[in-house]
Design a protein around this ligand. Structure first.
Ligand code: FPP
Length: 246
């Protein structure tokens, strides 16, 4: 297992969990079996992140485009999600984790949305890691929604043109109360962002691994974090400037 420096962990870690379907198909199993196995990985990574002291963990669980998958798969994913929330809330409580959601919740089936609301409410006073699930989430949809509300505020006079800044725009996004991700992991070998947190990842370090999500275990997780710790983040400056700032 890679050794990690507890001082240099990402404050906000975002993950695109990919490859459940391929994991299953490679084993001649149904895709849903891969998703089920993927939930076990979610459990491991949530718990491990919280133990390590990561403050914000954001998981891409269901994109706004995923609604186009076959109905049976969408239904199974929603059922898994609901079961996860029902079962895991007590574990989130034990680990002092606060649960949050980004995305268009109005798209969710009513029972799933109720389970989401319940988990948010039950964990709302927890002070440890914030676990955010992106559900029915699409970054362009998020930005469009932000621009539309910003325009409303401009037109109603609540906001003036001079007040438009990067910070102001960020405040209209779903992620207004969480910092930008320091590190983004995508599993299963795809080198894409797939409409995830486009505005927020401007300076995020990216990491791609061939490992499918169901096989992304503690050892792979530590490997990814060790890789992050070996990097130098320059934010457009040169090495000497960054070293002086530290
Ligand atoms: C990608 O695999 C994964 C998803 C579309 C959903 C991720 C969902 C889970 C891990 C389970 C439910 C989540 C929670 C938090 C309970 P894919 O189907 O795109 O894989 P493929 O690219 O190999 O087909």
């Amino acid at each position: 297992m890679h050794k990690l420096d507890p001082e240099k962990l990402p404050k906000h870690l975002a993950i695109i969990m990919d490859g459940n379907g391929r994991w299953a198909q490679e084993r001649m199993l149904k895709r849903i079996v891969g998703h089920r196995k993927g939930v076990e990985t979610v459990r491991t990574i949530v718990e491990e992140s919280s133990l390590l002291g990561i403050k914000f963990l954001t998981l891409f669980a269901f994109s706004s485009e995923n609604w186009l998958r076959p109905k049976t798969e969408v239904r199974s994913l929603m059922a898994l999600l609901k079961a996860y929330l029902a079962k895991e809330t007590s574990r989130l409580m034990t680990n002092n984790i606060r649960f949050a959601v980004i995305g268009d919740r109005s798209d969710l089936p009513e029972d799933v949305d109720r389970a989401v609301a319940d988990a948010i409410e039950k964990t709302s006073r927890n002070t440890g890691m914030v676990l955010t699930l992106a559900l029915s989430y699409g970054s362009r949809q998020e930005i469009t929604n932000a621009v539309s509300r910003l325009a409303d505020d401009l037109l109603s006079g609540q906001l003036s043109r001079e007040e438009i800044s990067e910070e102001r725009i960020s405040s209209y996004l779903y992620t207004s109360d969480i910092p930008e991700p320091d590190f983004l992991i995508r599993t299963s070998g795809e080198m894409r962002i797939s409409n995830f947190l486009l505005w927020q990842i401007a300076y995020t370090e990216l990491y791609f691994t061939e490992v499918n999500w169901p096989d992304f275990n503690k050892q792979e997780f530590y490997r990814a974090l060790a890789n992050y710790q070996a990097r130098e983040r320059r934010y457009g400056q040169i090495s000497d400037q960054v070293r002086k700032r530290r």
